[in-house]
Design a protein around this ligand. Structure first.
Ligand code: ADP
Ligand code: MG
Length: 624
């Protein structure tokens, strides 16, 4: 290929601009990114060479070298990994193929405190070189290609790059950074070593730098011809637990996850038995900004006998634990295992079950012993964990114990066990209400009788709650019951007088109920005297088997059709507005207004707001 000048893909230009301008305060990460690419390239070579040993050529010892040249003002990161063909250089260094680029740009633009970790999370690390360099030259030859099929790629990181074919005997890649003026601080062995060990100690390949010696004449350190390994170069999870410090675990996590915060908890075990593997799993303290993006990368990396096999091996973790980061190193899986094979493998199933149990125990331990930390975890990941209640029946009970809610008794952090401990004598169910917001939930008219009787009600406002509850019917033998569904039977909590009084009112009220039924026959499937209202005139409830109003609203918002079923109107015979119905001339208007208001109170929308306004106005102008 003769020299060609090509233009970066539009997204790359945008990212280059953002990266160089917004991540400047954290510029040393360029070295982490380029070393991590070099190490990935070696992993890829090792993997491809499983079937094609000739790819190792005559250099089976994989390594990364970092060198610098004070005169030329360059830093060079070299590896003898898989390398790139000319086409690959154009594709990988000129375009971004990954999903989520838009999210990334939005996150970088939106976030006030620019997070340098985003760049690694998104896999656009190469471009971070342009934070410190005003030109980057990449020279590479792909393993297996002849020496005359090397490639030189070069760019100033603005709009364009150049590529051409070159002779290059050495397999692998050199990334040469021509430093910008003012970035000379990086031309120091000490500086480069300290950044390398800060970020790359766990990289299992040796990272080499030239040994330095003191030059008496120049009065400074100068390079020698000897190379030395500057990182620990041992994969952390292969070391014995007792030799690893907390800080080492934390640093490993940060490198693995591109998180700047320490993890909430971790677990490291060698599992023996039917399936043999090592697990090192972390629960992050903070949710990544793309937690809800289902095709996000990250998660758990799979190794087989210390050979890297793949990132984000989704088969190793259930979807609802997608926030867990870490490494699984299996002793049994074949090295050429594919994603498809993983899905079917019984070993993998055993690993997934084992890992799930570990993560749940880890969470149980935090919930038990570090309540504040757990509360923080819950805020970040609670809604995701709830998915597990419906997805992982084998662990449903354990998951249910980990759930936390807001309730009428506490703003947050209420577990089912807390709830059971506060149940009243004679109370037979765990009561809850679902709504869009906490305020709507808290002010639901349906709660009134519960409040009056001092019964706790859980307030559920997460989008997944309804779905979760369709899979969870009880906790420790106590049924879960919506306060807005079916009839609430609090009769065990009423004394004889209360019961008698309620029956008498209901009886006396029958004619009004019949008239209401007739007036609202197109809107309500039934009208009845309520036992759950205290201060409100009316409320909407749905039949036991019907979908809650909240859920059908959510489905509609999501563009799905919800089965149409009419709600039930419950009226409060003790309320003066309802009592007025008996004698009022404008029965029809009042009936509809009461119905509409009940709908509004539980967060619903009126189908015909104009009709409602007209009715209210008619009532307002008419003499009482
Ligand atoms: P990521 O590493 O997440 O894929 P980068 O922006 O860091 O994103 O790198 C982009 C791509 O460029 C890599 O996926 C890889 O294909 C290629 N690449 C970068 N550095 C090297 C290297 N040293 N050897 C081989 N390929 C490389
Ligand atoms: Mg990278």
């Amino acid at each position: 290929m003769d020299k060609q000048t090509l233009s970066f893909q539009a997204e790359v230009k945008q990212i280059l601009h953002l990266v160089t301008h917004s991540l400047y305060s954290n510029k040393e990460i360029f070295l982490r990114e380029l070393i991590s690419n070099a190490s990935d390239a070696c992993d890829k070579l090792r993997f491809e060479a499983l079937d094609r040993a000739e790819l190792f050529e005559d250099a089976p010892q994989l390594e990364v070298r970092v060198a610098f040249d004070v005169e030329a003002k360059t830093i060079t990161i070299s590896d003898n990994g898989i390398g790139m063909s000319a086409d690959e250089a154009v594709a990988h260094l000129g375009t971004i193929a990954k999903s989520g680029t838009r999210d990334f740009i939005a996150a970088l633009e939106g976030d006030k405190k620019k997070d340098a970790n985003l760049i690694g999370q998104f896999g656009v690390g190469f471009y971070s070189g342009f934070i410190v360099a005003d030109r980057i030259t990449v020279e590479s030859r792909r393993a297996g290609l002849p020496a005359d099929q090397g490639v030189r790629w070069s760019s100033e990181g603005t709009g364009e790059f150049e590529v051409q074919t070159i002779d290059r005997p050495a397999r692998g890649t050199d990334v040469i950074l021509h430093l910008r003026d003012g970035e000379e601080e990086f031309l120091s062995a000490w500086k480069l070593k300290s950044i390398t060990s800060k970020y790359s100690d766990h990289i299992s390949l040796p990272i080499l730098m030239r040994k330095q010696k003191w030059d008496e004449e120049k009065k400074e350190q100068v390079d020698t011809d000897e190379w030395e390994t500057v990182n620990k170069a041992a994969a952390l999870w292969t070391r014995s637990k007792s030799d690893i410090t907390d800080t080492e675990y934390q640093d490993f996590y940060k490198q693995l996850s591109y998180d700047s915060e320490a993890p909430l908890a971790y677990t490291h075990n060698r599992v023996e038995g039917r399936s043999e593997y090592t697990q090192l799993l972390f629960v992050p303290a903070k949710a990544p900004f793309d937690l809800w993006n289902r095709d996000k990368r990250g998660g758990v990396k799979l190794y087989v006998k210390r050979v890297f096999i793949m990132d984000d091996a989704e088969a190793l973790m259930p979807v609802y634990l997608r926030f867990v980061k870490g490494v699984i190193d299996s002793a049994d899986l074949p090295l050429n295992v594919s994603r498809e094979l993983l899905q079917e493998s019984r070993d993998v199933k055993a690993i997934r079950e084992g890992c799930t149990k570990r993560v749940l125990s880890m969470l149980e331990d935090v919930a038990e012993n570090q309540k504040d930390k757990y509360a923080e975890f819950w805020k970040q990941f609670g809604a995701v964990l709830k998915e597990g209640v419906g997805e992982d029946f084998a662990n449903q009970e354990r998951l249910a114990k980990l759930l936390r809610f807001a309730s009428t008794h506490a703003d947050e952090g209420v577990s089912f066990s807390d709830y059971l401990g506060r149940m009243k004598e004679g109370q037979e169910a765990i009561y809850y209400v679902t709504a869009d917001t906490l305020a709507t939930a808290r002010n639901s008219p349906q709660l009134e009788i519960f409040r009056k009787k001092g019964l706790e009600v859980l307030l559920l406002t997460d989008r997944v709650d309804e779905w979760m509850l369709s899979h969870l019917y009880e906790f420790e033998g106590k049924p879960l019951q919506s306060v807005a569904k079916g009839g609430v039977d609090l009769s065990k909590l009423q004394d004889e007088d209360e019961k008698k009084a309620a029956e008498a009112t209901a009886e006396a009220f029958k004619p009004v109920i019949e008239r209401l039924k007739a007036a609202l026959k197109d809107r309500a499937k039934d009208v009845r005297a309520s036992t759950r209202l205290v201060d409100s005139p009316a409320c909407i409830v749905v039949d036991e088997g019907d979908m809650s109003a909240h859920l059908s609203r959510m489905l509609k918002q999501a563009g799905q059709s919800a089965p149409k079923s009419l709600p039930i109107l419950e009226v409060n015979p003790g309320h003066s507005l309802v009592q007025r119905l008996e004698s009022d001339q404008r029965f029809d208007d009042l009936a509809h207004v009461i119905f509409d208001q009940a709908l509004l109170a539980e967060g619903g929308q009126l189908e015909d707001p104009a009709a409602y306004v007209q009715r209210v106005n008619r009532l307002l102008v008419a003499p009482a």
